[in-house]
Design a protein around this ligand. Structure first.
Ligand code: GTP
Length: 601
């Protein structure tokens, strides 16, 4: 296809604003999916994605479309719709998908208005110089307020309210006009057809039958089947066993030229050899400069994962190896905990990523796991000049520390203005410093903070939701790390430290953390034959203490707390006949107590 007839675009939206539904309608209206085969969220292939209703991996689909009006009327165009993940954890993937496009549909729910991810994604799109088509979705909803939100959106991007298209992904209203606008407003791709080939990898997925399927956008030159390709960051070469387009299933083609979007198969079995953001060129005539923007994914949040049943350790390792094939951003290394046994310290892009991996391990691999409270990575400088990257609180060094640095984020919170006070209070209590505040309209406000990531990782989103009755939305991106006055709090049972409960907290919060943890454990650990002190300590200084009184009979007395659903689910699973005790020093601690104490609430 000549570049003049190609349009590469994506849809960016806040979660649940209807991106997948709109994409479904486009597939249907362009005849790519037959009516009878249509199912909801056709593009979200992974079961877990469909169940959670979120898009994790981006996909690209080729839509033939013939405008019926305007200068291009009657000519069939190729529209490549690149689906982007909506969640902050995957912002690097969003950014790569945007880099493969010339234009984007900025989709806003007409009953909700602009949300935090709408803004975050819009800023990313502007960074990539994309043509923006503003669209209000779900106009069929009785609660829709299209006039109000059109004004908000027009104000935000500086356009006329009349330029904002109103559609319903559900009924299909306005979707044909939207496709016409994609053709008339999104610029065709430009590239040098005679230059050495350069294609950008914007996604890479592992398929059990076909190995790694790599999604690319050709920028210059062309790629053809059977050629040898060269990956510019990994320096690996592979033969192109198959090259093709998705419409909506994989269809092999002879080659892809300037501006085209499609997939490559090389027989590679590991996505780390085909990295998102890398540049593909030809071995025979390689490009000298890679395309800009490649970045190694960096884990931000760490957690220890342990099998409930120690004999499942090697199954856990196999499962992590398998998931890693499909997820280059997951990291893990073996670790041992005195309290939990053998497990892995895993690194994730964010909390949602952690939840997804954990759920996949449990669901797809049938593992039962305990995960330690999530933490961030600390950069510890000792007085003797040594530096440590601490990924596990129990490994926090004990010697003379000169300084500790922690990762920071720029957070954006959007909410109705009545909640401003509550949000400011929460952000301040989480060591946030305000960077600014803007009213998007009379009753909606955007607050910008710089905050330690560790405070966000610690149930910030739940606290935000509960203080704003669910109306606030949150987005954040990493920024430079900062020095902070941090200490390690240890929890001791009968005088022995329990490594899984160690935490790194701000000095001012050490006391309240210690008290809370000690009293929580007092509730969770059954009474023993002797009195058991529970202590919280910073270094050798005890900052809190509780006692579990001794009993003589009925060792099995139960007194576990358990209110949140995850905890309950795990506890119920535990009750299925088995009852495991971990012995910490002389104290028998039921595994349920660990689980309950480690689930943040
Ligand atoms: P993520 O993939 O999680 O970002 O969500 P999404 O933006 O793809 O949203 P999705 O298409 O899954 O839609 C979210 C919800 O809104 C679903 O329950 C849809 O049925 C509903 N929905 C989407 N579009 C419309 C619409 O035009 N009208 C109405 N009434 N509901 C819609």
């Amino acid at each position: 296809t000549p570049p003049a007839l190609i349009r590469n675009f994506c849809i960016i939206a806040h979660i649940d604003h209807g991106k997948s539904t709109l994409a479904d309608r486009m597939l249907q209206m362009t005849g790519v999916v037959e009516e009878r085969l249509m199912r909801d969220q056709y593009l979200d292939r992974m079961d877990l994605e469909r169940e959670r209703g979120i898009t994790i991996k981006s996909q690209a689909v080729r839509l033939p479309f013939t405008p019926s009006a305007g200068p291009d009327a009657g000519t069939t165009h190729v529209l490549n719709l690149i689906d982007t993940p909506g969640h902050v954890d995957f912002s690097y993937e969003v950014s790569r998908s945007l880099a493969a496009c010339e234009g984007t549909i900025l989709l806003v729910d007409a009953a909700q208005g602009i949300e935090a991810q709408t803004l975050a994604n819009l800023y990313l799109a502007l960074d990539h110089d994309l043509q923006i088509i503003p669209v209000l979705n779900k106009i069929d909803l009785p609660a829709a307020q299209p006039d109000k939100y059109a004004a908000e959106l027009a104000h935000l991007i500086g356009c006329d309210t009349g330029d904002i298209l109103r559609v319903s992904g559900k009924t299909g209203e306005g979707v044909a006009e939207l496709l016409e606008r994609v053709v008339s407003e999104v610029p065709p791709p430009v590239g040098d057809a005679d230059a050495p080939a350069r294609a950008m990898i914007f996604d890479s997925v592992y398929d059990t039958y076909r190995g790694v399927v790599t999604y690319v956008r050709v920028v210059d030159g062309a790629l053809a089947s059977r050629e040898r390709i060269f990956m510019m960051s990994t320096k690996a070469t592979h033969e192109l066993l198959e090259i093709g387009v998705i419409s909506p299933e994989m269809k092999p083609v002879a080659g892809l030229g300037v501006g085209e979007v499609g997939y490559l198969i090389t027989g590679v079995k590991d996505v780390r050899q085909s990295k998102v953001g890398d540049t593909v060129t030809l071995n025979a005539r390689p490009a000298t400069e890679p395309l800009p923007g490649y970045r190694e994914p960096k884990p931000m949040v760490f957690s220890g994962l342990y099998p409930l049943d120690g004999s499942q350790y090697s199954d856990l390792r196999d499962a992590l190896d398998k998931l890693k094939l499909n997820d280059a951003s997951l990291t893990y290394e073996p670790e041992t905990s005195g309290a939990l046994g053998f497990g892995f310290r895993c690194g994730f892009l964010g909390l949602l990523h952690l939840e997804i991996i954990r759920e996949r391990l449990e669901r797809e691999f049938g593992l039962e796991l305990i995960s330690t409270a999530p933490n961030v990575i600390y950069d510890v400088l000792m007085e003797d000049g040594q530096r440590h990257a601490v990924m596990n609180p129990s490994e926090f060094p004990t010697g003379k520390i000169a300084s500790v640095r922690e990762p920071m984020v720029r957070a954006t919170v959007l909410a109705p203005s009545e909640f401003v006070g509550a949000i400011m209070e929460l952000c301040q209590s989480r060591r946030g410093s305000m960077r600014g505040m803007d009213y998007l309209s009379e009753d909606r406000v955007e607050l910008r903070y710089t905050m330690p990531l560790s405070e966000i990782v610690f149930d910030f989103f739940d606290a935000l939701k509960s203080r704003t009755r669910g109306y606030a939305s949150l987005d954040y991106e990493p920024t430079d790390d900062a020095e902070a006055d941090l200490v390690k709090v240890d929890i001791l049972l009968n005088g022995d430290p329990v490594d899984a409960f160690s935490a790194i907290v701000h000095k001012d919060k050490a006391y309240s953390y210690g008290v809370a943890m000690a009293s929580k454990l007092k509730e969770l650990i059954p009474r023993q034959q002797f009195e058991v002190p529970i202590q919280a300590a910073v270094g050798s200084r005890i900052i809190a203490r509780e006692n579990i009184r001794a009993i003589r009979k009925d060792v099995l007395a139960k007194c576990y707390g358990g209110d949140i659903t995850r905890k309950r689910k795990l506890i119920e699973r535990q009750k299925e006949g088995k009852r495991r005790m971990k012995t910490v020093g002389r104290v028998e601690v039921p595994q349920e107590a660990f689980i309950a104490a480690l689930s943040s609430d």
